[in-house]
Design a protein around this ligand. Structure first.
Ligand code: NDP
Ligand code: GDP
Length: 343
């Protein structure tokens, strides 16, 4: 029998990769998107899958709509990827972030409990919940210490998932996902901001350097295409649970700049310190990176490093792409787009 999967946040980075993965497995995919005045389906078009998805209106803040969708479709699986996902924006929109990323998840859990109790639910939790890290390597048992309204809101949702599993026997999984990127990553996130800007530089569209904030922060960066497989694997198990998905490697923003720069043809040397630091391409003497304190955050997550051992051993998940491969993939994709004028 054909399985039905509902994906909220279908227009985002992970939504496209997950929809493609599930369509290839023969699922009927119902994509939930926010109605807006402009076309937000670019990523699904680029994946070439828009016409294979049944698209329905959805907003995390509208309980009646969520309840109706679950009542009408009774999907086998519901993947909640929708969120105000940009940490930096969560300080300027803390109330909305808490409502969408915290309460929105509760609405879905309530609708499942009430109207579609057989639906298996996946929630995208985040390594931002570890924030000011309490252990050098973070796993499912590491205490949380979120550092942004985003992290706090996601932590509420994470505990709601655990609570609905334990209280009402809802099959609800939480994936604590460390940063994952791809050529489909939003340009406000640091990796894609760097690759998109470097692509404009190499194709002669700009000669200005990319302006970044804290170059010393370190992240455990994986490839989104690998992580969506982990989401699906979680829902195929006998019991619902919480799993960390990570690469077990951590790299600084500076290292990502160097790695992406290599593919773009830059040989970057760092000069100066703090707000005066610049990255210079040794070959041309051109400044390609500059620090702008505007991109510093009110509270920073200095370093994240995840341990995916439980997911590897229990559900058989293994990431395939490493840090260097990810930076190269993103840089090459953006140079291609810049050449075609579609960046
Ligand atoms: P994106 O920002 O690319 O996508 C977010 C999606 O959520 C978009 O489709 C967006 O729609 C939708 N959305 C936002 N607000 C609402 C709302 N109020 N109602 C309905 N839909 C809404 O995120 P990613 O694909 O990168 O991430 C997917 C999920 O994983 C998110 O929940 C994120 O917080 C979480 N996560 C991501 C990590 C990462 O490194 N990528 C790490 C850990 C967790 P629209 O197109 O209209 O804006
Ligand atoms: P996050 O880990 O979900 O917040 O993902 P981001 O890609 O937005 O940020 C990752 C890290 O890069 C954070 O520590 C930021 O402070 C740091 N960073 C440095 N410069 C920038 C910048 O210009 N934009 C963004 N988004 N982050 C930056």
């Amino acid at each position: 029998m054909t399985k039905t999967a509902m994906i909220s946040g279908i227009t985002g980075q992970d939504g496209g990769y997950l929809a493609k993965f599930l369509l290839e497995k023969g699922y009927k995919v119902i994509g939930l998107y926010r109605r807006g005045a402009t076309d937000t389906f670019e990523k699904l078009k680029e994946h070439g899958i828009l016409d294979q998805i049944e698209m329905k209106d959805f907003d995390l803040l509208e309980f009646s709509n969520i309840a109706r969708l679950l009542k009408n479709y009774q999907p086998d699986e519901f993947y909640n990827l929708a969120a105000q996902s940009f940490v930096a924006a969560s300080w300027s929109e803390p109330v909305y972030t808490a409502q969408a990323d915290g309460m929105g998840v509760l609405y879905i859990l309530e609708a499942i409990r009430e109207f579609s109790p057989k639906t298996r639910f996946y929630q995208t939790s985040t390594s931002e919940m570890f924030g000011k890290i309490q252990e050098p390597v973070q796993s499912e048992t590491t205490p949380f210490y979120p550092r942004s309204p985003y992290g706090v809101a996601k932590l509420m949702a994470h505990w709601m998932v655990t609570n609905y599993r334990e209280s009402f026997n809802v099959f609800a999984c939480s994936g604590i996902l460390f940063n994952h990127e791809s050529p489909m990553r939003g340009k406000e996130f640091v990796t894609r901001k760097i690759t998109a800007h470097f692509a404009e530089m190499v194709t002669g569209k700009t000669d200005k350097p990319v302006e970044l904030g804290n170059l010393n922060a370190k992240r455990d960066w994986g490839f989104a295409g690998d992580y969506v497989e982990g989401m699906w694997l979680m829902l195929q198990q006998e019991k619902s649970d919480t799993y960390v998905l990570a690469t077990k490697e951590t790299h600084s923003i500076r290292e990502f700049v160097e790695e992406a720069g290599r593919t773009a043809g830059f040989d970057i040397e760092w000069r100066g310190e703090g707000v005066d630091e610049i990255g210079v391409d040794k070959k041309t003497g051109k400044t390609v990176v500059k620090v702008n304190p505007q991109f510093y955050r009110p509270a920073e997550v200095d370093i994240l490093l995840g341990n995916p051992e439980k997911a590897e051993k229990t559900i058989g998940w293994h990431r395939k792409v490493n840090f260097a491969g990810l930076a190269k993939m993103m840089m090459e994709a953006d140079i291609e787009r810049a050449k075609k004028g579609i960046l």
